[in-house]
Design a binder for this molecule. Structure first.
Ligand code: TXA
Ligand code: MG
Length: 348
C-alpha cells in the first residue's frame, strides 16, 4: 500500500476548484487518480507524461499493447493530438460530443507511444461529465483514462468500486456520484474509408448510422477473437468484466429462462426484475426487461455482486440487442467467456 487513498466527495454548492485542487496537483506531478465520467470511472493521468501513463498500466495490471483513450475538454484541443482528420470526424463531434463516443484517428507526434500501444493511431473522447471536463481544463493537458478497474474485472460505476479495486495504489478518487450511462463509450475508427465500430457503448449503432450512414462492425464486437490474432480493436481480445463465478449467457424468452433455471442445484441467476419472483434460486436483477438504459446502468454493479451469491455458476438472461442493448450484450458475452446456452440447442 503506497497511499492512504482519499475519496474527494464533491459538493457542487461550494467552490469546486478548492475541493479538487489536491487531485489536480497530483496529476501535475505525474501521479494517477480516479475520476468520474458519464460512462464509467476513469483512471486518469497526464496523457503527455510517459512516467504518469506507465503508472496506469502498473496499477491496473493492463497489457502494454492495449492503447488508452485520450480525453479532452473542448473540440479545439483535438487538432494537436490527431492528424489528417477527415470531415466525418467533425460531423460526429458535432452530433455526439460532448458524450460517450470515442474516435480513433491518425495520431500526431505529441502522443507518446505508450498511449497508442505501438499503433500509429490515437483514440480521443470529449466526455460529457461536467466535473471531468472542468478537471481537464484546469489541468491544461489532455487526460489518458482507461476504466478505473483492475484489468479483467467489471468497470467501476461508483467511487466505491474504484476504491474496492485500487485502494492503496492511488492518492485520490474524485467522487462525482453514480455514472449516468454505466457502460463505456462507443469506439469508432475513422482510419478507413468506411467508419468501423470497434466497441459498442453509450451511443448506439442506430444513432451512428442515422448521422453518418453505413458503418462496418468489427468482428471482435460479437466474436471471440483469439489473443494472438492481430485486430483493429486490441482491447476486445482480453478477458473482461468477469467475476470469479463462472457465467453462462442464456438466449431465449423469460418462460424458457425460468424453466431452464428452476430447481437446479448450486446455480444463481442474473435476471430481469419481471423474472425474479418466479425463480427459486439466488438471483441478482439488472433492471426491467423493457428498459435497456436501466440494464446498461446496472450491469457492472450487478456483475460486481455475482460472487456474493455463493454459487458455482450463474446463468444470465441475455438482453434484447437493439440500441444500447447491443453494448450490454457485448459486455456480457465477454463476462461469460462467450459461453451461450441457446433454447434451440436444448430442444434439439
Ligand atoms: O467510456 C470510456 O471510454 C471509459 C471512460 C473512462 O472514458 N474509458 C475506457 O477506456 O473504457 P478503456 O481503456 O477501458 O477502453 C479503451 C478501449 C479499448 O478497447 C482499447 O483497445 C480501445 O479503446 N482503443 C484505445 N486506443 C485505440 C486505438 N488507437 N486503436 C484502436 N482501439 C483503441
Ligand atoms: Mg476497460
Amino acid at each position: 500500500m503506497d497511499y492512504n487513498t482519499q475519496i474527494i466527495k464533491v459538493d457542487y454548492t461550494s467552490d469546486i476548484y478548492t475541493q479538487i485542487k489536491p487531485a489536480i496537483d497530483s496529476l501535475k506531478s505525474s501521479n494517477i487518480i480516479g475520476i468520474p465520467t458519464e460512462t464509467v470511472y476513469g483512471l486518469a493521468a497526464n496523457a503527455l507524461d510517459e512516467v504518469a501513463v506507465q503508472k496506469i498500466f502498473k496499477a491496473k495490471g493492463r497489457p502494454q499493447d492495449n492503447p488508452l483513450i485520450v480525453h479532452i475538454s473542448d473540440l479545439s484541443e483535438l487538432e494537436s493530438l490527431a492528424t489528417d482528420i477527415p470531415d466525418i470526424a467533425y460531423r460526429i463531434a458535432d452530433k455526439f460530443w460532448a458524450g460517450p463516443l470515442t474516435m480513433v484517428l491518425k495520431k500526431s507526434n505529441l502522443i507518446p507511444n505508450i498511449i497508442s500501444g505501438g499503433l500509429d493511431s490515437v483514440a480521443v473522447r470529449l466526455p460529457e461529465h461536467k466535473l471531468a471536463r472542468k478537471l481537464i481544463r484546469l489541468c491544461g493537458f489532455p487526460i489518458a483514462a482507461p476504466s478505473a478497474n483492475i484489468s479483467g474485472s467489471p468497470s467501476p460505476t461508483t467511487a466505491q468500486h474504484v476504491f474496492d479495486d485500487l485502494n492503496g495504489k492511488i492518492p485520490f478518487i474524485i467522487d462525482g456520484g453514480n455514472c449516468s450511462i454505466g457502460l463505456e463509450s462507443t469506439v469508432i475508427s475513422l482510419l478507413e474509408n468506411v467508419p468501423r465500430l470497434l466497441r459498442p457503448g453509450g451511443i448506439s449503432i442506430e444513432e451512428l448510422k442515422e448521422c453518418i450512414g453505413h458503418i462496418n462492425i468489427d468482428k471482435s464486437v460479437l466474436e471471440d477473437i483469439a489473443s494472438t490474432t492481430p485486430t483493429a480493436s486490441p482491447g476486445m481480445k482480453y478477458k473482461h468484466y468477469s467475476p470469479n463465478t463462472e457465467l453462462f449467457l442464456f438466449s431465449g424468452t423469460s418462460e424458457e429462462y425460468i424453466s431452464y433455471i428452476s430447481n437446479k442445484n448450486n446455480i444463481g441467476a442474473l435476471c430481469f426484475d419481471e423474472e425474479k419472483d418466479k425463480l427459486n434460486v439466488p438471483y441478482i436483477s439488472y433492471g426491467s426487461i423493457y428498459d435497456l438504459s436501466e440494464q446498461a446502468k446496472l450491469l457492472f454493479s450487478s456483475l460486481r455482486k455475482v460472487d456474493k451469491l455463493n454459487v458455482d455458476k450463474v446463468i444470465v438472461h441475455a438482453p434484447d440487442t437493439s440500441n444500447i442493448g447491443l453494448s450490454v450484450y457485448n459486455r456480457l458475452l465477454r463476462s461469460a467467456g462467450f459461453k451461450i446456452i441457446n433454447t434451440s440447442d436444448l430442444k434439439g
